[in-house]
Design a protein around this ligand. Structure first.
Ligand SMILES: Nc1ncnc2c1ncn2[C@@H]1O[C@H](COP(=O)(O)OP(=O)(O)O)[C@@H](O)[C@H]1O
Ligand SMILES: [Mg+2]
Length: 280
């Protein structure tokens, strides 16, 4: 049987207090695995430990207890640090501080250059990555004038040029307008489906979670719920504990039910529309 691409076993990481002792903040006893090609969302309120977990996955942080394996490689093994960093690509929140060069193609080339990839292969990788995110025709331009969504797509291309097995997006749509969010999300979904990149999406927008294969909900550094998005959002207690918003269609169907309408819980706009049409 194939190993999972991400295997987290009883992992704990606590930030230090000023006195050098462990604080309460961080993540505690996380155990889960992710298979190659899966699309996973991490949900949870501010400070619940999502970014800490992301940093444990790319080896930026190493658990104080437990283990994190990426494609079978132990993140605590310093010799493997390099391969783990190139296997796990990260895209962050702010579209404005992820560029390093004043021309888009140079920006995307930066990662593979640092990996020591030969120039002719860099050329191919840059072109392919920019085409994948639909930004190829912008390659000679400056990133500064792009929209937020376009900047994030370039940031994704820059990560893709390093050929990661796993792509982590840490609230990468948070600063975007709805159109930019859709651009980025569509890009990520197609990367997952067509290029079989394993995706871990950290988001505050519950509607972005609906297409995921599975969802993990963090609260105070622990996973308090896991399952399909449907299972997660129908667990009212977990939703409340984690202070999650509900997807729009779920919230609307709940309000209608409260108002006395005979409507089932719904997850997507399509389901909601069907339920409303069913009403007499
Ligand atoms: N560098 C740090 N030093 C000390 N505490 C931190 C640091 N980064 C995060 N924390 C704390 O750890 C907890 C989890 O933070 P984080 O993983 O950033 O949560 P999230 O990404 O879900 O908002 C929070 O209480 C946060 O204040
Ligand atoms: Mg965070």
């Amino acid at each position: 049987m194939k190993n999972p691409i991400v295997d987290v076993i009883d992992a704990t990481y606590k930030y230090k207090n000023h006195d050098g002792n462990d604080s309460e903040n961080g993540v505690t006893d996380l155990t889960f695995s992710i298979d190659e090609g899966e699309f996973v969302v991490l949900l949870g309120h501010n400070g619940s430990g999502k970014s800490t977990l992301a940093k444990l996955l790319n080896g930026f942080l190493v658990p104080s207890k437990g283990k994190v394996f990426i494609d079978g490689n132990d993140t605590a093994d310093e010799k493997l640090c390099y391969v783990i960093r190139s296997d796990v690509g990260m895209v962050f929140q702010n579209p404005d501080n992820q560029t390093v060069a004043s021309i888009i193609e140079d920006d995307v080339a930066f990662g593979p250059e640092n990996l020591g990839v030969p120039p002719e292969e860099i050329r191919q990788r840059v072109d392919r990555a920019l085409k994948t995110v639909g930004m190829y025709e912008y390659k000679d331009r400056t990133p500064y004038k792009l929209s937020g969504g376009q900047k994030q797509r370039v940031a994704i291309a820059a990560v893709l040029a390093m050929q990661p097995k796993i792509l982590i997006l840490d609230e990468s749509t948070a600063m975007l307008d709805p159109e930019g969010r859709k651009e980025v999300l569509d890009t990520v979904k197609s990367l997952n489906k067509e290029n079989v990149v394993t995706v871990i999406l950290i988001t505050h927008y519950m509607d972005e979670a609906l297409d995921a294969d599975k969802a993990f909900v963090l609260s105070r550094g622990k996973i308090i719920k896991r399952g399909t998005p449907k299972e997660v959002f129908s667990d009212a207690e977990a939703v409340k504990e984690a202070k999650l918003e509900l997807p729009v269609a779920t919230a609307v169907s709940e309000e209608l039910r409260k108002a006395g309408f005979d409507i089932k819980p719904t997850l997507t706009d399509e389901e909601l529309a069907e339920e409303i049409c069913r009403l007499k």
